[in-house]
Each structure stands twice: as structure tokens, then as C-alpha cells.
Design a protein around this ligand. Sequence first.
Ligand SMILES: [Mn+2]
Length: 238
Amino acid sequence: PGIPVRFKYHLQAELEHEFRWHGGSGPAYASIVGGGANACVLHYIENDAPLRDGELVLIDAGVEFDLYAGDITRTFPVGGRFSEAQRELYELVLAAQERAVAAVRPGATLVEIHDGVVRDLTAGLIRLGLLQGEVEARIEDESYKRFYLHSTSHWLGLDVHDVGSYRLAGKPRPLEAGMVLTVEPGLYVPADEDIPLAYRGIGIRIEDDVAVTAEGHEVLTADVPKRVAEIEALMASE
Ligand SMILES: [Mn+2]
């Protein structure tokens, strides 16, 4: 309003205005607006850096509505179009995320879902030349953790990291209808000298909120665009 969107806190302000405007009580947790290398800082909440053309911006934010927390992450290009390297990594995270969402159903476990994500991301990192060798070996020696360190899911409800045990009787807890969880794989490429220049400092996370149903699942955040073509079209229309 009046001034151009130039800093990350401008995006935060717009978002939190909408939260309250539509009747939510406010952010469910401290909104994260990261971008460039800041996207690689998992809990970056200063949001004070300028938005730079050519970089991606990562927004992890959610409204609290009727006491329930939302928790959504989207990553998009500041300038409206993904670079080739950004797109390659983004498509990799998106494919892993969609496969993980598809796996949500009664009886599945968060451990299985996370293991599938690790496998997909590791295979993709090898394909892009960011890891070498065989998928099994890179999972085994955990070298994928240089790029993906956090877990894929947490419970969601009255709190953003809601209460509830993750194991039952010493085993991963099977999902049941009525549970709500996040599915949020990401890749965070360090700006290190051994990394090809085009990939350095790119951070991507895509997070949806998913309810387990008797039949499988329902994506509660399905209206928020996440495909490359959808994001670029939306950015071009603004
Ligand atoms: Mn989350």
C-alpha cells in the first residue's frame, strides 16, 4: 500500500494483515520470510533482508483460526520466474512432496513417509550431481543431510507442533482417520565452494497440511498454488 514491496517484512505485513482481516486471531507462530541463503536458516524470523531479483523467497506462515493453527510453506521467485537451477531443485522437492502426500492414509507411518522423501531427494541430488554414487550408500552414510536435515512431518492442531506421541509401544504410530499432519520436505544447498555456482544458497521447502481420512487423505491447503506453472502465472498476473 503506497510503497513497493522491497523487504521481507513487507511480505510478512501483507500476510498478517490478511490473517486478521479474514477473522483469524493472527499468526499461529512467528512467520518466516526467508530468501536466498536465508532460506537455508530454518527458523529465520528477522525477515529484515531486502528481496533480491533472481532469488527465491520462502514463506513459512500460518493463521490461527478458531484456535486451530495453519502451517504452510511456499517458495517462489522474487522476480516471477524460476532460474534453470532453481526450477530443477524445486521440481525435485515438489515431486517428493507430492509422493509423500499421496502416501498419507490410515496405517501409514510418518517414518515411512519420511524415508520415502529421503529416498526421492537423495536420488534427485545424485541426478543433479550434488551427491555422487548410489542412492542406498548416500542414505546409509547420511550425506543427504547436508541438504535435508529436518523431518518431513509433525502433528498439527491447536498448536502448530501439536501434542501427540509419534511412537506407540516402541513403534512408529500408524496414522488414523482424523489426524492432521504437515508434509514439508525441503532442500537447502549451502553456498560452499564445492557446489556448482548456480545451486549455491538455494533453499526450498513446500509444506501442506493434510488430514487423514478413512479413505486416504484430504489436503487442507490444496488451494495454495505450488506447481511451477501456477506460481509463474500468478506472479505474472500481479
Ligand atoms: Mn511445519
